[in-house]
Design a protein around this ligand. Structure first.
Ligand SMILES: [Zn+2]
Length: 333
């Protein structure tokens, strides 16, 4: 409140606003932590993954006990955020964001902040943001480099102004090949949280209108104007309202998880599983553990993590076909 551009009015607006944090790993941890402490009134946190020890190097909301408890990241994040600020509402949702559920996820929010690790989800977020006229803040990190931009539909360039398509698989470095150093995460996520606070407090005139790229190892900061991309007027999303990720035309039913040697498989629509039946079945072939959020079975070197809606993360392979084979062999088609 004492910072003049924010003031009492800005703080009051923050307390009445709602943010969707899409993905709560490394970037999402820092974003959620900052927005919660800053008093943003309502945080909806959606994440598809569960915690592993190697996440702790950079995912600052979590600790060893969360890993030992086998918690999904969204649940562990909400538990921690409620201890940090009991006066805000935190709503954790454990799911994969896709074209079927994104409309509900953004239904009543004022901003979307990107904590995902993949361009397919970002393109989907870009589509819904432009369709609904919702601002969103992109961020991504790899190695010691990160980038961020703020998208206000109708005012700034969007992600598709910058790139028409998601990079083809195998053409870009990943967390597996390049790793990620922790400091760049904190820098990029802090930029993102700061931009979200400007938007939510009614200070849109202060947002960044450039793409910012920072390399923490080589000590380089670049800022690239996107005005010419926007004024070119040929973006399929901005200019022709074409939203192929939102229509489902680009939806995929599997995803290789960055840095995890694991593949996520989406369930058939409307699937729902009985954990107790499945646990009994799998206990005859491997080791089974479960809590109320997920069931985990270790079988023949693979670790199957299965969620109540039938979604699964198959650890021990980054080959989609192998993962599908393991799923259909032990869970069913
Ligand atoms: Zn655009």
């Amino acid at each position: 409140m004492r910072y003049p551009p924010m003031g009492e009015e800005g703080q009051r607006r923050l307390s009445q606003s709602r943010a969707l944090i899409c993905g709560c790993g490394a970037l999402g941890s820092v974003i959620a932590n900052t927005l919660a402490r800053s008093g943003v009134g309502s945080l909806r946190i959606v994440d598809r993954d569960f915690l592993e020890t190697n996440n702790l190097q950079r995912q600052v909301l979590f600790d060893e006990q969360d890993v030992a408890d086998g918690l999904p990241k969204a649940i562990a994040a909400a538990n921690k955020l409620k201890k940090i600020n009991s006066q805000i509402a935190v709503e954790p949702i454990v799911t994969d964001v896709d074209f079927k559920n994104i409309g509900d996820l953004v239904a009543d929010v004022d901003v979307i902040v990107d904590g995902t690790d993949n361009f397919e989800t970002r393109m989907l977020v870009n589509d819904i943001a432009l369709e609904r006229g919702l601002p969103w803040v992109y961020g991504g990190c790899l190695g010691a480099e990160g980038q961020t931009m703020t998208i206000v539909p109708g005012e700034t360039a969007c992600l598709r102004c910058l790139m028409r398509e998601t990079p083809p698989p195998g053409t870009t470095p990943t967390c597996d090949t390049a790793g990620i150093l922790a400091p760049i995460i904190n820098v990029i996520a802090s930029f993102q949280a700061n931009e979200a606070m400007k938007i939510l407090s009614g200070n849109r005139d202060a947002i960044s209108r450039v793409l910012t790229v920072i390399d923490m190892w080589d000590n380089r900061v670049r800022q690239v104007s996107l005005e010419s991309l926007r004024s070119a007027g040929d973006c399929p999303a901005c200019n022709r309202s074409e939203f192929p990720w939102l229509s489902g035309a680009r939806a995929s039913h599997s995803a290789i998880l960055c840095g995890r040697n694991a593949v996520q498989l989406s369930p058939p629509a409307g699937a729902s599983l009985s954990f107790s039946e499945l646990a009994a079945k799998l206990a005859s072939v491997g080791q089974v553990k479960q809590n109320k959020y997920l069931l985990r079975a270790t079988i023949e070197g693979y670790v199957l993590t299965i969620f109540p809606d039938g979604r699964a993360i198959i650890g021990g392979t980054d080959d989609t076909a192998v993962a599908r084979g393991v799923y259909s062999k032990y869970v069913g088609t």
